[in-house]
Design a protein around this ligand. Structure first.
Ligand code: ARG
Length: 572
């Protein structure tokens, strides 16, 4: 996958490659341990073997032949590393063009003409969205935005869980205990729980559920009609949550959409000699790969989750010829996806290598796993409401003069943004432990902290009342080390976005935004100690240059938050 490199990173790679006569792509560009040593560090290790020379000798060779360029002013050797100093003016000119001017902030070239499928959220109907659904939803949404920012055609897919024996049980429950209309998702969920409870006492209920599912599979009119009703009620409820999060799907195509493809899939596997009967069920044996078999059809003839996923994967390939097809699903389903991809590979579909499961850790609230089976369900809507309420209290305290509507709107953005950020910020494979004080902290690692940094930029710019900061600015004035540090950080947005997409991990972008705000704060608050270092200083030209850096910071924070699916209010 092509990675858009900032022109400075590119220049550093080229300088080393040119001096050593190797390919530039082999070198990794990082930052020196101490900013005094330079802005960018390139280790010479990758060239050592081919050139039969020790890395420190290679670093010395690079420095010896280095000539200043438009991008890089000097190079020094530090052991096996070459440290480069970036041309300050070029750095800020480049930033001004991309963050404030007409050039794009993130290069769109990597994804041109390529498609990515992202299967995310994908809840089961007739169940409320509980808190654990949020990780798939927000991580998936951020992935959609990351790839889109890089120019890919992204298909965000909601693979609704709307088929299977569960839905037969629901139909049976509905007939046993007809509920009052208008039906709610809560009632449906209650019916299901009640049915499962009753099943423990009465074995016959299981058959009743299976019989209803068979009717559904066979296209029975009554069963279909009622099932559609459950689906409509569920979707209406899901949509309110997606709306709160600003999420739109490009394709809402549930498991039921693949029912007609089932016989074809089963026939194909049979023809290729991959299916066999085991204990009355039709399966794909995966013994060689040390996995249990993938179930295709149960003894009673009902098809399964895995069969429908086979059909869905094939549909996506035929429809979109994807570069990658991602499944953002909790790590509890890792085995399912391994079986799925391996089966496709065995069937000879080379594109199965482009499919990946993007797993994530659990969400705990107060140390407890959240679930819909047991009683302790933490509903997403309730969590949102609480976040918004808490944010609202803080916002009205900070802005006593604001009208109620403005407080409410901002509290929505801040409260929901805080939850989204908290779910992305913790490393994807780690569990999230949910703590209100942490996620709404204005100083710690939180979305609020990043939004607050953005609002601070807005306030400073508003106070100064100067526009057109993209031209007529003398960037050579920005010589403070903190200004360079911030500028260099800002110039990495595109690289960070590309890396986050490459690893399917938006967490990297959230970390980056926290770093940018921290660099910004360090620089900005210097002015508290030393008047000459203030952004809104006396010297007009200096003030313009520093304000332009504020405006660039604002643009990068807004863009980055937007990719994570979070709005950035101008004040809070
Ligand atoms: N509906 C499933 C669940 O809630 C998740 C579906 C994920 N996507 C897929 N193609 N299997 O557990």
């Amino acid at each position: 996958m092509a990675v858009p490199l900032s022109p400075f990173v590119l220049a550093a790679q080229q300088a080393v490659a040119h001096a050593l006569g190797t390919e530039p792509e082999m070198f990794v560009v990082g930052t020196p341990p101490n900013p005094k040593m330079g802005d960018l560090a390139v280790g010479c290790f990758p060239a050592a073997k081919a050139l039969k020379a020790a890395p420190p000798a290679l670093a010395a060779k690079v420095v010896e032949s280095f000539e200043a360029t438009e991008m890089l002013v000097s190079a020094t050797a530090a052991g096996p590393f070459v440290n480069f100093t970036v041309n300050t003016e070029a750095l800020f000119m480049h930033l001004a063009k991309s963050a404030l001017g007409d050039e794009e902030l993130i290069a769109k070239s990597p994804g041109e003409g390529k498609s990515i499928c992202v299967d995310f959220s994908s809840p089961n109907i007739s169940k409320q969205l509980a808190y654990h659904h949020i990780r798939s939803t927000v991580i998936g949404h951020a992935l959609v935005n990351l790839y889109r920012a890089l120019g890919y055609r992204v298909v965000g897919i909601n693979h609704l869980g709307d088929w299977g024996t569960t839905h037969g049980m629901l139909l049976a429950a509905y007939h046993r205990w007809p509920p009052a209309e208008p039906l709610t998702i809560k009632t449906l969920n209650g019916l299901y729980v009640k049915f499962r409870e009753a099943m423990k006492e009465d074995e016959g209920l299981g058959d009743e559920g299976r019989a209803w599912f068979a009717k559904l599979e066979n296209g029975d009119e009554e069963a279909r009609k009622l099932w559609q009703h459950f689906k409509d009620v569920s979707w209406a409820e899901f949509e309110t949550v997606y709306e709160m999060l600003g999420i739109k799907f490009d394709e809402v195509r549930g498991e039921s959409a693949y029912v007609d493809d089932m016989p074809g899939v089963i026939e194909m596997l049979d023809k290729k000699g991959l299916s066999s009967v085991s204990e009355g069920a039709l399966v794909v044996m995966l013994e060689e790969e040390g996995m249990p078999p993938l179930l295709l059809r149960k003894q009673d003839g009902a098809t399964l989750y895995g069969t429908r996923d086979l059909a869905a994967a094939m549909y996506r390939w035929n429809e979109y010829a994807f570069e990658r097809s991602l499944y953002v699903v909790d790590r509890g389903q890792s085995l399912h996806f391994k079986q799925l991809f391996r089966t496709l590979e065995k069937a000879g579909y080379e594109w199965s290598a482009k499919c990946s499961h993007v797993p994530f850790g659990l969400v705990r609230v107060g140390g407890k796993k959240t679930t819909t089976r047991g009683g302790n369900v933490v509903l997403l809507k309730e969590v949102f409401a609480e976040a918004t309420e808490r944010a609202s209290a803080k916002i009205s305290e900070n802005n006593p003069e604001w009208e109620a509507k403005r407080v409410a709107d901002t509290a929505n953005t801040v409260g929901i943004g805080a939850i989204v950020f908290a779910n992305i910020m913790s490393q994807r494979d780690k569990d999230v432990d949910f703590d209100w004080d942490d996620i709404l902290s204005t100083s710690g690692d939180s979305g609020v902290y990043v939004q607050y940094g953005h609002a601070r930029c807005c306030r400073t710019l508003e106070k100064a009342g100067i526009e057109d900061l993209d031209s007529d600015v003398d960037f050579a004035l920005l010589t403070q080390p903190q200004e360079r540090t911030l500028g260099l950080a800002l110039s990495q947005l595109g690289d960070v976005v590309a890396k986050a997409a490459d690893h399917n991990d938006p967490h990297l972008l959230s970390r980056y935004l926290l770093d940018v705000v921290s660099d910004f704060s360090t620089w900005y608050t210097q002015g508290n100690q030393d008047k000459a270092l203030r952004v809104l200083c006396e010297d007009e030209a200096m003030k313009r240059a520093r304000l332009s850096l504020v405006a660039m910071t604002k643009a990068v924070l807004k863009e980055g938050l937007g990719i994570l699916g979070i709005d950035a209010p101008n004040a809070m």
